[in-house]
Design a protein around this ligand. Sequence first.
Ligand SMILES: NC(=O)c1ccc[n+]([C@@H]2O[C@H](COP(=O)([O-])OP(=O)(O)OC[C@H]3O[C@@H](n4cnc5c(N)ncnc54)[C@H](O)[C@@H]3O)[C@@H](O)[C@H]2O)c1
Length: 335
Amino acid sequence: MKVLVAGGAGFIGSTVASALVDAGHVPVVLDSLVTGRREFTEGRIFYEGDIRDGDLVDRVFAEHGDIAAVVHCAALIVVPDSVADPIGYYDANVVASLEFVRHLVRNGCTRMVFSSSASIYKTAYKPGGDLTVDESSPLDPQSPYARTKAVCEGMFADIATAEPLRILSLRYFNPIGADPQLRTGLQQRHPSHALGKMIQAWESGEPFQITGVDWPTRDGSGVRDYIHVWDLAAAHLAALERFDAILPAGAGSTAINLGTGTGTTVRELVAAFNQVADMPIKVVETEPRPGDVAGAYTQSDRAARLLGWKPQLSIADGIADSLKWVRVRDTRLTS
Ligand SMILES: NC(=O)c1ccc[n+]([C@@H]2O[C@H](COP(=O)([O-])OP(=O)(O)OC[C@H]3O[C@@H](n4cnc5c(N)ncnc54)[C@H](O)[C@@H]3O)[C@@H](O)[C@H]2O)c1
């Protein structure tokens, strides 16, 4: 199958493209390189440009009339930037996605897998400290970035009702790790999530801060649903290969959560890190920072049922691959 991967030079899109290649499919990458890396497109069919560019999208389809489906990962993703520049974020994520979908419909495309986010859910809304969410949980995005994802999902649902384009949204939780073959990984040297901070603590010898130890979780520290990016890529593969069974013609749109189903607390992440790293990190416990939350994790029954998918890799695998990537990153990327 030939698959157009928009945003295929980014962290997740490039991993999806590798999984497609390994499974005998052909990715066609479309990416503006606004945050993606040219190095991640090496050896792949690559069109450099914006998803809004109708002439370019027409050319891609003219040159690859056998594109069977699209994976849409092209977006800006930095939450604080979206707070500082909401106009820029709505433009980059919502307006550009609308333009892209217009071009896809014009070119007769009928299948799209959309990178959505678990950040659209309302969290900690259940009584009794249950921090799980499923696809029917209420939405309550807390940042302009998260709202762009929720707006896109709503917009796509309307479009998929009226047009032959069917849209499957995959709501990702917290991707970690790298391609196990280290073809690609995170572009940034110092990602801002908890694992990124642990890696910094490991490099510098400074203690890692557990911010908040009185949350209503199994050990008091915050909980997230870390998932290996290679497992995410495998879920895309399953979504593409089962697309017509999940969303037959006329079925419109749907959403599936991609997480572990158990979540990982910060303390558990530290323990897994220290199992894998050559040198354990030191830890200090501090008060929560403004805006910190207990967190959430997914019930993943729908992914198991519809995609036949369960994560195969552990949190320790994700940490080990992140650390391996840190060691090779500077030889793979020129800046
Ligand atoms: N990384 C996460 O934690 C996470 C979590 C949930 C959802 N997501 C979603 O997954 C998708 C991919 O995220 P990522 O982590 O790989 O980010 P990334 O920044 O590594 O990848 C995004 C890619 O899209 C490209 N791009 C952006 N705007 C474009 C445009 N208008 N035209 C063409 N290309 C464009 C960028 O150059 C980049 O290569 C995003 O839609 C994001 O919202 C990410």
